[in-house]
Design a binder for this molecule. Structure first.
Ligand code: UT7
Length: 336
């Protein structure tokens, strides 16, 4: 059995900053409401004139991660790309990124696990490395959500939360046992699938032709729906559970945690988890205030930023954890 460690991190966010005050000009919301409920002050949205795409942002983050790892295109054996906002209905953005980076004919896998997407993607990459199949896997989480949000008062409980951006890591084979990815833990509970979802266009309920045929301006089926309170209640329980599961699997106590990087869903959720694990402000990395919730991109953006700011030292125990649509949730324990 081989070991895997994160050898490089990178991220990219679009330049265009959208503040809570900007949103209050186009829908019935306020800076006070958004900050009080979510902690978000601003987020990044692509500028439609720039032609940015999910895969394009992923490429920028991936280039940074590869440079950080000192790896060139010929070193990368496989790509795992997590997103809920792909460029096309199919194929997924993994192949677009693979082509743009000149990764010859290496395999490219797309992961559709929304807010937990990056943890799922990291876990897949980890298995490929631990079994010896690959030496360097590029793991990307990227989202372009702003184009698909209902930016009217009708969609305000969702649209004020989400932002655009991308993060990436290179996961590499490592000889040292006890370092790198110690374990990953993945869960799902499909009975809640519709409680945080975009149901159309899909073959199950409404395809594009149905939407066009109905031509109904009140149609909300292609905008995200979120039962916010239900998601919140489940999130706080599952975050704690899956972090405890990871600690127990490695026979570690909560006092061993050096840094927790939770999926940036809501600052109030992160603060709740912080309290549960009795962590100081320095032991939890949050940047939702700046970027909003970037779904599959939020953990790799936060990880890259925290690393860039010198908040992760060699030997630190870093915990990643996520919860979101599906419902799906997961954690990864890393000895840096
Ligand atoms: O990353 C995926 C996982 N997602 C999450 O973890 C999100 C979890 N959920 C949440 O973070 C919270 O549920 C929200 C922040 C989304 C919403 O907060 P809430 O305290 O659950 O609010 P609510 O949906 O119960 O709405 C309370 C009130 C309602 O008005 P009334 O019916 O009390 O008059 C909403 O219409 O707030 C209203 N409201 C807003 N007001 C101003 C909803 N959205 C907004 C808004 N601005 N953007």
């Amino acid at each position: 059995m081989y070991h895997s460690r994160i050898s490089g991190v990178g991220y990219y966010v679009p330049e265009r900053i959208v503040t809570n005050h900007d949103l209050a000009k186009i829908m019935d919301t306020s800076d006070e409401w958004i900050q009080e409920r979510t902690g978000i002050q601003r987020r990044r949205h692509v500028d439609p004139k720039d032609g940015e795409t999910t895969s394009g942002m992923g490429v920028k983050a991936a280039r940074m991660a590869m440079a950080d790892a000192g790896k060139s295109a010929s070193d990368i054996d496989f790509v795992v790309f997590a997103t809920l906002s792909p460029d096309y209905y199919f194929p997924g953005p993994g192949v677009t990124l693979q082509e743009a980076l000149g990764l010859e004919t290496v395999g490219a896998l797309d992961v559709r696990n929304q807010c937990s997407g990056f943890i799922y993607a990291l876990s897949v990459a980890d298995q490929f490395i631990k079994t010896g199949m690959y030496q360097n896997v590029l793991v990307v989480g990227a989202e372009l959500q702003s184009k698909g949000l209902d930016m009217t008062t009708r969609g305000r409980n969702v649209s004020v939360i989400f932002g655009d951006g991308a993060g990436a890591v290179v996961l590499s084979r490592d000889d040292r046992s006890g370092f790198g990815i110690l374990s990953t833990h993945l869960h799902a509970e499909g009975s809640w699938a519709k409680e945080l979802s975009v149901i159309a266009p899909g073959m199950g309920q409404r395809w594009v032709t149905d939407i066009l045929a109905d031509n109904n301006p009140l149609d909300e089926s292609y905008f995200p729906y979120m039962n916010g309170q239900l998601v919140f209640k489940n999130a706080v329980v599952r975050f704690e559970e899956v972090i405890r599961e990871a600690l127990a699997a490695n026979e570690l106590s909560q006092s061993a945690i050096d840094l927790l990087i939770p999926h940036q869903a809501n600052l109030r959720i992160a603060q709740f988890i912080q309290k549960k694990f009795q962590l100081s402000d320095d032991q939890v990395y949050n940047n939702i205030m700046e970027y909003g919730n970037t779904t599959a991109a939020s953990i790799p953006i936060a990880l890259a930023e925290a690393h860039q700011k010198g908040k992760i030292k060699e030997g630190d125990l870093v915990v990643l954890a996520a919860f979101g649509s599906g419902f799906t949730w997961g954690s990864a324990l890393i000895r840096w």
